[in-house]
Design a protein around this ligand. Sequence first.
Ligand code: URP
Ligand code: ZN
Ligand code: ZN
Length: 460
Amino acid sequence: MSILIKNGRVITAAEDYVADIYIEGETISAIGKNLPIQADAVIDASGKLVFPGGIDPHVHLSMPFMGTFSSDTYETGTRAALFGGTTTVIDFVLQKQGHSLKDALADWNSRARGTAVGDYSFHMAVTDFNEDSKAEIKDMVENEGITSFKTFMAYKGALMINDSQMVGLMQEVKKQGGMVTVHATNGDMIDYLIAKHRSEGKLAPLYHYLSQPEVTEAEASCRFTDLADYTGCPGYIVHMTCEGALNGVRNATRRNQKVFAETCIQYLILDASLYEKDFEGAKWVMSPPLREKKDQQALWAGINQGLVQVVATDHCPFMWEQKLMGRDDFSKIPNGHPAIENRMELLYSEGVGKGKITLNKYVEVACTNPAKIFGMFPRKGTIGIGSDADIVIFDPEEKHALSAKTHHMNVDYSGYEGWELTGKVKTVLLRGTVAVDDNQCLIDKGYGQFIKRKKVNGTI
Ligand code: URP
Ligand code: ZN
Ligand code: ZN
């Protein structure tokens, strides 16, 4: 099967030009002006933007967490991602403490294989670093194509590792050619503040926010950065939310070490005033919590200064019924928020549309950098000859509103209900097949492939 996309405005991280794109099978085989080629199908992209499929390197699908499971499966989550212009996601396999990495991988494979609609890959979350799990790192990198290892400096008793485990893991991961990523917040301090608020009868969602002040994230981000510098291991901080963490990392990385930072769309456009809405604030109970307007400004600036390289989602949806588990106690509200479908359109409308970032920066942080940082470039993350034909055709003028009534995520509320956006995903191709067109998904569950990733060295 061949497809010719004609006359689109092609945007990559570095370029902006009008051209035709010729696709044969799963990959792009020619790009040029007025290509003199016949194809099985022609798509007219005149007046539209054409950019690489988005990559969301931080999602949680069917994730067991806080006594329940995130409500999007690999089927519903990756399909919703496609509707929003994201063609590849990276989820987190969670090692169970006392069990092996291999067992955890088998568990996640059983959820994803034959179920995913869009392409996916895995980070391995190491929650119990010991001699046995240390011995498994090489196999993950060499044979499984899993080259990033996630750590949690919070969620003690479930996911958190201590600093000695962190240093040991970094040394092994560096040796094997991988990267350590981190949820960087000070778990002990947060647990102290949660206990204090609960003992004082302060149980509303607002106290979730007040239990995770900026210092908890700034301190842990700097500690992580220092340990990464000491070990020489490439590092990546997930879901950075605040000025304190950003400035800490800016200072620490004057040593020219290899540390990347990711923020998520919600931290750029939502703020902590939402926690004042009584229990409705549970919709935005996530960790770290939303911050202040000054943090949004710092993060947009961090993107433009190249200190924040990725905008992800940390998509971790829960039905309202699940959020109600914490009606009488904020510490029991499952942490997480839905955005896998909304990231590309929100970032375009709020970022490019409002003049905060350029179109090239948009593609860089939403598509290209995640592919480069996590070892999928140039197969994914760009429009180039030989790359997978993962392509979004986007109308930059179309206005539409976000709503739980129309979204495709398996969650019964939207964190952005009624938001008016300019710019809409029209057609999405995944590996040369039209996956979404005219608000319809045209591919079935099982089409999504696991993407094995290459070794990474902390440079892009
Ligand atoms: O609130 C969040 N972020 N839930 C998902 C787990 C995590 O910490 O990323
Ligand atoms: Zn996290
Ligand atoms: Zn997460």
